[in-house]
Ligand binder design. Structure first.
Ligand code: NAD
Length: 323
């Protein structure tokens, strides 16, 4: 069996590679531009079961060829990270829209099972927590590029569901909620790696806003094993799933826990959102998944708690600093 992972050099993608190498006999092909992804995410692997292609999901003929050779596709390539989306709005829209349509169109030719990575951002600034898959979405104006990411991911979902309805594509859509763990970079505004790096460097942890906003954090190992299970479960095809851990944490509590677990002397500084981004920036207060559908379908939900996640990230960053 041959599996194509777009975005396989990225954070979640590289953990999915690890998982599939360990749990299956599949040959794995990665398609990645190495923009936010890194060769170092795959450097620990030495196997002839893995092939890496440096290319773009917007390249339709390349995608057609690679998907044509695959028995299953995980489409994770995307422009990600709020700061990245705000800085590069056009490139982000095109990557997330054209790229996904290319993958789906190619997969539909042989009805190749395909996983589409979506996001909790799809719920926008809805306050109706916990979010269930059929809940309403609430977005800000198009003048605020921040909502462009959510809009592309929602459009990707509509496309995928359309390919399922009209072309019988066995597709599964997973809405990831704050997936975290080793190899995630803090470069694009991700909170846990940023806090851990600040704590280890003895710098103040910078919280945007008053820190009362809450998030549910999910260990990447849980996320990739659930991703794999969903695509191999026929009942999940044509469906949308939240992939996240229940149990939210405030950003203030997260910062305090990082300081405790690292034994750091760091303090905490709060920065207004308008100063960190721009005046129109909007950040949802709460984001928590309703995981009933996932539990009903797979019989399980993510289990790793926040301390386990933080310990894994701290261990990785500490060994990088001492290497
Ligand atoms: P990541 O940035 O590490 O991974 C994205 C990968 O896509 C990178 O390796 C990047 O180089 C690659 N890429 C970007 N543009 C490309 C293009 N045009 N062609 C080919 N490859 C390209 O981020 P991640 O956190 O691993 O995210 C993986 C997927 O999960 C994305 O679709 C993202 O939107 C989604 N997601 C992630 C989270 C999270 O918490 N990490 C939350 C919601 C959704």
């Amino acid at each position: 069996m041959s599996v194509l992972i777009t975005g396989g050099a990225g954070f979640i993608g590289s953990h999915l590679v690890d998982h599939l190498l360990a749990e299956t006999d599949s040959q794995i092909v990665i398609l990645d531009t190495f923009s936010t992804g890194r060769a170092s995410n795959l450097a620990h692997l030495s196997t002839d079961r893995l092939e890496t292609i440096n290319g773009d999901v917007r390249d339709g003929s390349l995608v057609t060829d690679l998907v044509g050779d695959a028995d299953a596709v995980y489409h994770l390539a995307a422009a990600v990270g709020v700061e990245n989306i705000i800085d590069n709005p056009l490139n982000s829209m095109q990557t997330n829209l054209q790229g996904t349509e290319n993958v789906l169109e190619a997969a539909a030719t042989d009805t190749t099972p395909t996983f589409i990575a979506s996001s909790s951002e799809v719920y926008g600034k809805s306050e109706d927590v916990p979010f269930a898959e059929r809940d309403d979405r609430v977005y800000g104006p198009t003048a605020s590029p921040r909502w462009g990411y959510a809009t592309t991911k929602a459009a990707d979902e509509f496309l995928a569901l359309g390919f399922h309805a009209e072309r019988n594509l066995p597709v599964v859509i997973g809405r990831y909620f704050n997936i975290v763990g080793p190899r995630q970079t803090g470069q694009y505004g991700m909170v846990i790696p940023t806090f851990v790096e600040q704590a280890l460097a003895g710098e103040d942890l910078t919280i945007y806003g008053d820190g009362t906003q809450t998030r549910s954090f999910t260990h990447v190992e849980d996320a990739v094993s659930i991703t794999h299970d969903l695509l191999t479960t026929t009942e999940a095809h044509g469906e949308v799933f939240n992939i996240g851990a229940p149990g939210p944490t405030s950003i203030n509590d997260l910062a305090k826990r990082v300081i405790e677990l690292t034994g750091s002397e760091s303090g905490i500084t709060h920065i207004p959102f308008a100063e960190a981004y721009d005046e129109d920036f909007e950040e949802p207060d709460e984001r928590e998944p309703d995981v009933s559908k996932l539990r009903d379908t797979l019989g399980r939900v993510p289990t790793a708690d926040l301390d386990r996640i933080l310990q894994d990230v701290i261990e990785e960053r500490t060994s990088e600093v001492s290497a």
